[in-house]
Write a protein that binds this ligand. Sequence first.
Ligand SMILES: [Zn+2]
Length: 247
Amino acid sequence: MNTYVNMLRLLAMVLIIGVILSGCRAPVSLNNCEDFHVIQRPILFDSTRARLSLEYMKTHYGIDQKQPTITPRMVIVHWTDIPTFEGTFNTFNPVYLPGARAKISSASRLNVSSQYVIDRDGTVYQLLPDTIFARHVIGLNHTAIGIENIGGKHMPLTKKQLQSNACLIQDLHRKYPIDYVLGHHEYTRFIGHPLWLERDPNYLTEKIDPGEKFMRYLNYVLRPLHLKDLPESKQKVHPTINEIPKS
Ligand SMILES: [Zn+2]
């Protein structure tokens, strides 16, 4: 009898361990978004930031609006190259771009930012409302929601970040007519596309974030959304321009 009970206990233990392990290996999927939620951590968006945003839209895109709002049609995925959420928040919060970023500050003194930041553990923070202008990509800020991920070249993005990106993009896709999801390193493929509005052909920077591997995984998970393929690049980035910081 004891042997029988012990065998049952052993079997139960094996089953429990199996369930735990299979949970750890659960594939990233749009079906795993029941617990998805967003933490609000708004950055400063005062009248000065609004004015600088409106100036940017007018100068770079020829868009003349009363409010610095955007019409979301795409999501651009980034990595921060800053190792913590707090460090990223403190970088995006000031209204003005720091003087050190001379190359992009000549285009505008508006600081860079992003609507969302996803931490290493998958925590999603919202820094700006979805339809408020953020400077995170050349040519497309008037239509692109930005998602920054805490990580970088030597700090690969995590599986939890991949899952949170997928859930967040699914959520945004339900709210707005999102056609495209792209990595920042792919942004120049829109040069010549109707959504590309940058007026200065020399204002281009070369980007490597978040890399092809992460976008390949993300696009695979996002297949059920039936997003559009990215346009073919019509113009190469000028070879002399090789600025690494994010824009
Ligand atoms: Zn970027």
